[in-house]
Each structure stands twice: as structure tokens, then as C-alpha cells.
Design a binder for this molecule. Structure first.
Ligand SMILES: NC(=O)c1ccc[n+]([C@@H]2O[C@H](COP(=O)([O-])OP(=O)(O)OC[C@H]3O[C@@H](n4cnc5c(N)ncnc54)[C@H](O)[C@@H]3O)[C@@H](O)[C@H]2O)c1
Length: 257
């Protein structure tokens, strides 16, 4: 007899994933479908969101694509409504949509500051708020935020991103404290370097910085998007029933060194 049956299963659950068209969000959407979930794939990239839904359907799960800008409250409200109309509930939200802009702090353009904070910080909150309401109504749920090691340690030329991700780490604690009574666990995953289109651009722009980063990891290799799925799955399932308010680095040991 298994000691702890189906601890990592999402069978019968509905998971909404932002940024599902690409990178980590796409890997999470596919990995969660493999674990049994039906998926609400939210992205501003319509073709990408539809493509991941087609892949999910080939896995035998239901999927709906929602084109939305997570920094826009009415888009997010519409996304939550569509998820509710399609599936009648949402059990898990993974906030993966995010962007970065790189400039020295002394020259950081105000517009770039605003857009990074709007997507990474406000967008994560808006999605948590609107999907959180569905979870409160349904009696519980799980929220997993994609923070970053940039929310835990500092580095150069990315001050808006670091500020947004530090905010996400604190938002994770704040929502966990407030929504424990609703049976909603709120946690974050903090990746280091993950080879997605976002990271490929950073590597091309500054290969020395990339290599120096890898050299400071205990396990000296960049992650693939699939490396993040296990942590997100753990934080979305019964296996982590009493884990909340936590930020879990998936960084090859970078912040531990
Ligand atoms: N790649 C890394 O090395 C790394 C490291 C640490 C943290 N993260 C975080 O993980 C998350 C995913 O990163 P990624 O590398 O997979 O990114 P990515 O650029 O590969 O994909 C991001 C996805 O989010 C979507 N998106 C962006 N802004 C949006 C908006 N306003 N509304 C809706 N969709 C939007 C994009 O269309 C894209 O599909 C981000 O929050 C990022 O900050 C990434």
C-alpha cells in the first residue's frame, strides 16, 4: 500500500497558468496537464497560447486559451470569468508571465520602470486577486508565483526587475498570511538562470555576465524550463499541504553559496 497516495497528482483539478505560451509557463502548463489538470492558458501571445492548448489536448486534457495582458485589470477579470464559465472552478494559479528591462540604474527610463512593475508586480497581484476570488468561493486553492533569485539577492543593471521580484516575494507572504483561512496556499518559485527566450536575449547581450553567473552555482549549468516544473507541481499539490508563504529557489544552489 502506498504511504501517501497521489500526493503529486492534479487529477480532476483546473490550473490557470499565465505566460503559458512560452518558456517556464509553457513547460508548467504541459507538465501540469501530464499530472492530470485541465489548463487555462493565459498569455498576450494568442498564437502561442493556442499552440500550447493544442498540445495539452493531445495529452487528453481540456484547455482554453485566453488572450490577456495581465497588467490590465479588465483583461484579468475577463480571463477569470472565462475560466469560471469554461470549467466552473480554478484550483491552481501559476503566475509565470513576466518581463525584464536592462539599464544602469542611473539611466533607467521611467517608462521601462513602469512597464516592469506593471507586469511583474501589479499583474501578479491582479491575477492572484481575480483567481483568488474563485478559490475563496470554491473553498481553497493554490497560488504559485514565479519570483526569481533577483527577488532574493542583488545584481546590476536590472533594478526594476529586482524590485518587482522582491515585491513578489513579499506579496507571496502577505497573501499567504491573509488567505490561509480560505485554505489557499500561496508560494513562490525563484529560478536562477533558465534557458528561455527571455534568458537567451540576456545571454546574447552579455555573455561574460552569463558565464560568471553560472560559475557561482553549486550545480554549474543553466536550468531548462522543465527543471522548474517539479517545484511548481510540489507547491500545487497535496504534497505541500502545510507549505505557505515560502519562496523556493530552483537555482542550482546560487543563493546558498
Ligand atoms: N528565464 C529565466 O532565467 C528566469 C529566471 C528567474 C525568473 N524568471 C521568471 O519566470 C517567469 C517566466 O519567465 P520566462 O523566462 O519563461 O519568460 P519568457 O519571456 O520565455 O515567457 C514569458 C511569457 O509571458 C508572456 N507575457 C509577458 N508579458 C505579459 C503580459 N503583460 N500579459 C500576458 N502575458 C505576458 C509572454 O508573451 C511569454 O509567453 C517570469 O516571471 C520571469 O521573471 C525567469
Amino acid at each position: 500500500m502506498p504511504v501517501y497516495p497521489n500526493a503529486f497528482s492534479l487529477e480532476g483539478k483546473v490550473a490557470a497558468v499565465t505566460g503559458a505560451a512560452l518558456g517556464i509557463g509553457r513547460a508548467v502548463a504541459l507538465g501540469f496537464a501530464e499530472a492530470g489538470a485541465d489548463i487555462v492558458a493565459i498569455d498576450r501571445d494568442e498564437a502561442g497560447a493556442r499552440a500550447v492548448c493544442a498540445e495539452i489536448e493531445r495529452l487528453g486534457r481540456r484547455a482554453v486559451a485566453v488572450v490577456a495582458d495581465i497588467s490590465n485589470a479588465s483583461d484579468v477579470e475577463r480571463a477569470a470569468k472565462l475560466a469560471d464559465e469554461t470549467f466552473g472552478r480554478v484550483d491552481v494559479l501559476v503566475n509565470s508571465a513576466g518581463i525584464t528591462r536592462r539599464h544602469p540604474a542611473a539611466e533607467f527610463p521611467e517608462a521601462d520602470w513602469d512597464v516592469v512593475i506593471a507586469v511583474n508586480l501589479k499583474g501578479t497581484f491582479l491575477c492572484s486577486q481575480h483567481f483568488g476570488r474563485l478559490m475563496i468561493r470554491g473553498g481553497g486553492g493554490r497560488i504559485v508565483n514565479l519570483a526569481s533569485i533577483g527577488g532574493l539577492v542583488g545584481y546590476s543593471d536590472t533594478v526594476a526587475y529586482l524590485s518587482s521580484k522582491g515585491g513578489v516575494v513579499q506579496m507571496t507572504r502577505g497573501l499567504a498570511a491573509e488567505w490561509g483561512k480560505h485554505n489557499i496556499n500561496v508560494n513562490a518559485v525563484a529560478p536562477g538562470v533558465v534557458m528561455t527566450p527571455m534568458q537567451e536575449k540576456l545571454r546574447e547581450a552579455n555573455p561574460e555576465k552569463f558565464e560568471s553567473f553560472i560559475s557561482k552555482m553549486a550545480i554549474k549549468r543553466p536550468a531548462q524550463p522543465e527543471d522548474i516544473v517539479g517545484a511548481a507541481l510540489f507547491l500545487s499539490t497535496q504534497a505541500s499541504a502545510l507549505v505557505t508563504g515560502h519562496t523556493l529557489p530552483v537555482d542550482g544552489g546560487y543563493v546558498a553559496m
